[in-house]
Design a protein around this ligand. Structure first.
Ligand SMILES: *Cc1c(COP(=O)(O)O)cnc(C)c1O
Length: 383
């Protein structure tokens, strides 16, 4: 049996929405995207949502809008996808890696506070695997440390539909950034969104999302009369085309139902793997978990053997993630050994198939493959 790592759940209705855009003259940002932005703002209970063509470009647009650049430091967790750090480096600032909690794998507030300097401009907490960082707590701790000026930009690539104590992403920060990349819980292949409660920041992101131009391309083109535009600030190209945005409304409308199915899958793995020597992240009680990924940590030194055995069994797996400071690019740009929990988790973690339509038979196959491999870890492998 082959079990893919991910299978999207797009329908005929989604295809028809795309076809409707193809019947219009302009495929780029326009009325479909604006409707989706309204839908996202309503779902998240926030005032401003802006679609982007990726998390990465959305985060760059946010950092540019906040004026983060050369001479600035931005604190990011060492246990995350490289993009979280890359966007900081791409705007000319310096990513500073903080460590994560050994139980939840989420950014530790005390480690963020320890790394604050005069150069610190922002923190990017990551809602890793779909479980939210306590952003309100981070905000309070920064204020108590005399640094209410430090901006918080949430990396919510794993957590569109989750919440903590009823607070959704974007509730307690300057902005939250989402990804609609091919494997994410809500996807249009490539895409993303930014939400903020600040009208002023939203207005600046409108510009940094589109070259720094004074009017949106769609506005320029839709009036029939040509309007001159000016460039008022330096921006990137981060707007999402309507032809892709059309894939989003159906998924957003059903995301809570899909989340419930993800939760069932995740709980079933958890029950099956308890007591067989695999570490799994702790789930907080007050959290609504988005269950974007289901990672397990294989005993030290056995990760690659496990990856091989799962591949042989036809199970699609990924690694989320080796710690960012252990990558070749960041190794010489970050202090050694400063984030031991992230480094150790990153050396042993494997993500298993976890998506709403995973069948019981498919999941049983994954569970049998993992359990079998764990039992065989005791036996040395032939060279
Ligand atoms: C997927 C992902 C990103 C990048 O998203 P893109 O839309 O591909 O730019 C950033 N951070 C995390 C944690 C991710 O998983």
């Amino acid at each position: 049996m082959q079990v893919p790592f991910y299978r999207h759940a797009l329908s005929r209705a989604d295809a028809e929405r795309v076809a409707a855009v193809l019947d219009t003259p302009m495929l780029t940002s326009g009325p479909v995207g604006r409707e989706v932005e309204t839908q996202i703002a309503a779902y998240l209970g926030t005032s401003h949502a802006l679609l982007t063509n990726s998390w990465t470009n959305g985060a760059i647009a946010v950092l540019l809008a906040l004026g983060v650049g050369p001479g600035d430091d931005v604190i990011v967790p060492a246990m995350t996808f490289v993009a979280t750090a890359n966007v900081v480096a791409l705007v000319g600032a310096r990513p500073i890696f903080a460590d994560v909690d050994a139980d939840t794998l989420l950014l530790r507030t005390d480690d963020v506070l320890r790394r604050l300097t005069d150069r610190t401009r922002a923190v990017i907490p990551v809602h890793l695997y779909g479980q939210m960082v306590d952003v309100a707590g981070l905000r309070t701790a920064l204020a108590a440390a005399g640094r209410p000026d430090v901006r918080i930009v949430e990396d919510a690539a794993h957590c569109f539909e989750g919440s903590l104590d009823g607070h959704r992403p974007g509730h307690d920060s300057d902005a939250a950034v989402f990804s609609f990349y091919a494997t994410k819980n809500v996807t249009c292949g490539e895409g993303g969104a930014v939400v903020t409660r600040s009208a002023d920041l939203a207005d600046r992101i409108l510009h940094t999302r589109l070259h720094g131009m004074s009017a949106m391309a769609a506005d320029r083109l839709s009036t029939g009369r040509y309007r001159h535009w000016d460039m008022v600030t330096l921006g990137t190209k981060a707007n999402l085309a309507d032809v892709l945005a059309a894939l989003l409304p159906g998924q957003i409308a059903s995301v809570d139902r899909q989340r419930a199915r993800r939760a069932t899958v995740a709980q079933r793995y958890r029950d099956a793997f308890s007591g067989i020597g695999l570490r799994m992240p702790a789930w907080r009680r007050s959290v609504v978990h988005a269950h974007h990924l289901f990672p397990v940590h294989v005993p030290t030194g056995h990760r690659d053997g496990m990856l091989r055995r799962l591949a042989d069994a036809g199970v699609g797996v990924t690694v989320n993630y080796r710690s960012v400071p252990s990558t070749t690019f960041y190794r010489d740009r970050a202090p050694h050994g400063a984030t031991p929990v992230s480094d150790e988790w990153g050396a042993g973690t494997i993500s298993l198939p976890c998506f709403p339509d995973l069948t019981v038979a498919e999941q049983d196959h994954v569970i049998a493959a993992v359990t079998g491999a764990i039992h065989r870890l005791q036996v040395p492998e032939p060279v």
